[in-house]
Design a protein around this ligand. Structure first.
Ligand SMILES: Cc1ncc(COP(=O)(O)O)c(C=O)c1O
Length: 375
């Protein structure tokens, strides 16, 4: 048992009541009243034309790749410093991945490297809102417009963050958000696809509904439903949707609480940053973040290991993050060498994440800062 665990799943206290209502409704399988309710809450919150709940962010990314019509012969640019399914969702379409560097300061996708890797085969970009922070979307849009590229926003960690006033998940035509229990809000497993282009809604609903026009049937637009496209079973059960409704109702309180903890970390760690012990990962200009993650960047991999082991030995579950995809066994099979993306490799080895969840107290933050000061 950790004295201060890295993550404790958020609970509002209303989840069980809502799940019990699913039993009252006798409607378990999905695309029912709670799914509709959660989607409406998200559409209003994000100011998006359509949100479809999915059983994971991975499912939302797979839907997005299908909707973007990526396929064999296409090259899709993305960071290597991301979660596995950012990439596998693309590979499943038959398209190729071109891994790009992260910007060393922000750890977001390096848009200069993106530009340098555009070829006549490039069809799209997957941008990742790492840590709930983001790139300069104005520059990204200019690149996409200039080269006619389709951009998917992997906003797995981004719910509640915004860039220049518009929420993450809504920055490109399609955004994918995660409700995995490690995220600020969750349903155990879960996710959603944010469809910001009205023209894509009908096809998205078909892909979501196992490739059928069942959604149109429910709306009374057709008298029977049938197979229309290659789709899959992408939505969650009503049990997950009910759980999620309870969480979504607490979004503002959750955000406030997390921001308070993030600020407490910032205050406690600033003096140590001043001494040159590490750098605190901060959002880029224009990004108002959701306090999803607090990460430190140490001067060397060795210094990172020493800090992690010292914190772990003293009951604090500090953890590293992604093994870069290009340096993984699968990345090697795709033809990459670890040294191909030196910034990504170095930063993945010098980043350490600290516990951040709604039960972290000021006392915990002060304790962690003292441990780091005594390194
Ligand atoms: C950047 C990123 N993309 C995608 C995912 C996949 O999310 P899920 O577990 O909901 O499928 C994650 C999960 O942590 C992630 O961090």
């Amino acid at each position: 048992m950790w004295q201060i665990p890295f993550n404790v799943p958020f609970l509002t206290g209303s989840e069980q009541k809502y799940v019990n209502e699913v039993f009252d409704n006798m409607e378990f399988s999905g695309n029912g009243p709670f799914t509709n309710k959660a989607q409406k809450i998200l559409e209003e919150y994000l100011d998006a034309p359509k949100v479809l709940l999915t059983h994971s962010c991975t499912a939302a990314l797979e839907m997005a790749a299908m909707l973007a019509e990526f396929g064999p012969g296409d090259e899709i640019l993305m960071p290597s410093f991301t979660f596995v399914t950012t990439a596998s969702s693309i590979l499943r379409t038959g398209a190729e991945i071109v891994f790009c560097e992260i910007d060393p300061e922000s750890m977001q996708l390096d848009l200069n490297d993106v530009k340098s890797k555009i070829s006549n085969k490039t069809k799209g970009i997957v941008v990742v809102d790492y840590a709930g922070f983001c790139v300069d979307f104005q520059i990204l849009r200019e690149i996409c417009d200039e080269y006619n590229l389709f951009c998917i926003e992997d906003a797995a960690q981004g719910l509640g963050s915004s860039w220049n006033g518009a929420l993450l998940g809504t920055q490109t035509k399609l955004g994918a958000i995660s409700f995995h229990q490690t995220k600020n809000l969750h349903s155990g497993l879960g996710g959603c696809l944010v469809i910001n282009d009205r023209k894509m809604v009908e096809k998205a609903e078909i892909i979501w509904e196992r490739g059928t026009n069942r959604s149109a049937f429910f709306k009374g637009l057709v008298d029977k439903y049938s197979w229309q496209e290659v789709g899959s079973s992408f939505y969650p059960s009503e049990l997950q949707a009910a759980f999620l409704c309870a969480q979504l109702e607490a979004i503002d309180d959750n955000l406030l609480a997390r921001k308070r903890i993030w600020k407490a970390y910032l205050e406690a760690l600033k003096p140590l940053e001043g001494k040159g012990l590490f750098r605190i990962l901060k959002p880029t200009q224009g990004c108002n973040h959701n306090a999803h993650l607090i990460a430190l960047l140490f001067p060397s991999p060795e210094a990172t290991d020493i800090a992690r082991i010292h914190l772990n030995n003293n009951g604090v579950q500090a953890v590293i993050h992604y093994v870069p995809l290009h340096a993984s066994p699968m990345g090697r099979r795709l033809g990459y060498l670890p040294t191909d993306l030196p910034e990504t490799l170095h930063h993945s080895k010098t980043l350490l994440r600290l516990p951040l969840h709604n039960q972290v107290t000021q006392k915990d933050v002060d304790y962690i800062a003292t441990l780091l000061d005594n390194l």
